[in-house]
Every structure is written in structure tokens, then in C-alpha cells.
Design a protein around this ligand. Structure first.
Ligand code: SPD
Length: 277
């Protein structure tokens, strides 16, 4: 079969994956959702023809969006994930024994349903007793929950359509208010190659609101450019000051104590994006 999924990653760049089988396709109230079985990356979930997660490389993204922040906090008990309906972030969060409750707020129930059906390796923790799954708007949720979470993770789609509001200063202010006095948040913040206007704007907004703002990196092969950024805003703890010799063994494949440290080492072309202006 010569069938290809093609994502237009920038107006001038595509990634193509040979498709062995189209497993699912639907139009939800929010977006077009598809699950493909691809030759290179295995099963792959796309939203509006943008790759969200694949069986082959999801561990990089999900480990890095969770453990860096969770290990920067001495006792994260209540954790909120906004987006992330595939369940990958939640699966990683509950590896931390201190976590009493992980709340997932996903706007599109169809993402959760498709992940449970086609991506059980990723969604396997969604029925864990410590996990609460809410189908609602994450922006509204943070507005309505003050001083409630030790960590908030923004596991969003790209900043277009329904996710635009998750990349703005008003939202970061509500995230700040929803965090406890020593809380911190991490958001996926796109490609340092292709989002060179977005990242400095996010860092400035987070710096204006949180005492500490920093950026770290990981390599996600199916995302545009491969090199991916995460931005952290923290009220108290500096993830770069963690004693990595004391970190727990979390059974991870990308994240490790050494990676925790080196993720904050920014190549000069990325460092210039986060410079104070
Ligand atoms: N360019 C796609 C970026 C998608 C980031 N979020 C993915 C969600 C996986 N849980």
C-alpha cells in the first residue's frame, strides 16, 4: 500500500509517514481526529492533520513535560494536566509516590476515547484511582480553581484554533493563581527553529508573572524540527538547582538525572530567544 500521511509543519516543510492502515477518523466538535498505523512510528494520533503523539517517540515528550517539574518540587501532591487527553502525561505523573491526585482536563472527549481504544500503552493510567478525568475547558478550569495545584502541566496542541488561549498572559496569570504558594507550571512551547517570535513572547509573559522562568529542551522526532521546547514558571523552586544525585529511579527511557541537568543547557541560538530584553 502506498498511502502517506503528510503534515504541513511550516508553509514550506512537510513530514510524511507511510501509513499501513487508517485505524480511525472522525470530526469531533473541536477538530479532525485520526489514528494511523504508520510504518516508521507505529500508531499515531493526529488532530487537524498535526501529529500529536506516536507509539515510537511519545515517551520523550511525556517524560520531559512531567518529570522535570515534578522533581523540582519537593512534594507535589495535586497535579493538573490541561489538554493531554491521550493520557501520556498522567501515566508519568503517577509514577511519583507523592502524587495523591492527578486531574486531567481535556476539552475534547473524543481524544480520550480514541486514546483508550487505539493507544493503550499511552492511555493506560487514565483509569487509575488517583486520576480524575474532566471533559471541560482548561482555561475555565484554572479560573475557577484558586490555590489548588502544586504543579500544572499544559500539554496542548499548537497555538492555533482552540489552543490559542493557552499561550497567553491572561492564562498564565490564572495558572499562577491556581497554583499553591510554592507551585510551578510547565507548558509545551513549540520549536526553537520555527517559533522564534512565539518563544520570546512566552518567556517574557511568564517572567512578568512568576519569580522564575526558564526554558528547557528535548528531541521529539515527529515534531517540527525535532528539537522541542518547554517553558517553566515557578513560584519558588529552581529546577536547575535540584540535587540530581538524590532523584528517584522512575523507570524512564529519555528522562534521567543527567538529562534533567543538561536539558537546561541551551545552544546559543536558543539562549538568545530567552535573553532578558
Ligand atoms: N506540533 C505538535 C505539538 C503537540 C504537542 N502536544 C502533544 C500532546 C501529546 N500528549
Amino acid at each position: 500500500m502506498n498511502c502517506w500521511f503528510t503534515e504541513l509543519q511550516t508553509p514550506d516543510l512537510t513530514i510524511g509517514c507511510r501509513v499501513r492502515k487508517i485505524l480511525h477518523h472522525e470530526v469531533t466538535p473541536f477538530q479532525r481526529l485520526a489514528v494511523y498505523d504508520t510504518a516508521q512510528f507505529g500508531r499515531m494520533l493526529t488532530l487537524d492533520d498535526v501529529i500529536q503523539t506516536t507509539i515510537a517517540d511519545e515517551f520523550v515528550y511525556h517524560e520531559m513535560i512531567t518529570h522535570v517539574g515534578l522533581n523540582a518540587h519537593p512534594n507535589p501532591r495535586r497535579v493538573l494536566v490541561i489538554g493531554g487527553g491521550d493520557g501520556g502525561a498522567v501515566r508519568e505523573i503517577i509514577k511519583h509516590p507523592s502524587v495523591e491526585k492527578a486531574t486531567l482536563v481535556e476539552i475534547d472527549a473524543a481524544v480520550i476515547k480514541a486514546a483508550k481504544e487505539y493507544l493503550p500503552e499511552i492511555s493506560c493510567a487514565l483509569d487509575d484511582p488517583r486520576v480524575e478525568v474532566l471533559v471541560e475547558d482548561g482555561i475555565k478550569h484554572v479560573k475557577e480553581h484558586r490555590d489548588n495545584y502544586d504543579m500544572i502541566i499544559v500539554d496542548s496542541t499548537d497555538p492555533v484554533g482552540p489552543a490559542v488561549g493557552l499561550f497567553g498572559a491572561d492564562f498564565y496569570r490564572d495558572v499562577f493563581a491556581a497554583l499553591t504558594a510554592d507551585g510551578l507550571f510547565v507548558a509545551q512551547t513549540e520549536s526553537p527553529f520555527f517559533n522564534r517570535d512565539l518563544i520570546p513572547r512566552i518567556i517574557k509573559d511568564v517572567r512578568d508573572i512568576f519569580p522564575l522562568a526558564c526554558l528547557y529542551l528535548a528531541c521529539v522526532p515527529t515534531y517540527p524540527g525535532g528539537l522541542w521546547s518547554f517553558t517553566m514558571g515557578s513560584k519558588k523552586y529552581d529546577p536547575r538547582q535540584v540535587d540530581v544525585t538524590a532523584l528517584p529511579d522512575l523507570a524512564t527511557r529519555y528522562y534521567s538525572p543527567a538529562v534533567h541537568q543538561t536539558a537546561f543547557v541551551l545552544p546559543p541560538f536558543v539562549a538568545e530567544l530567552v535573553q532578558e530584553r
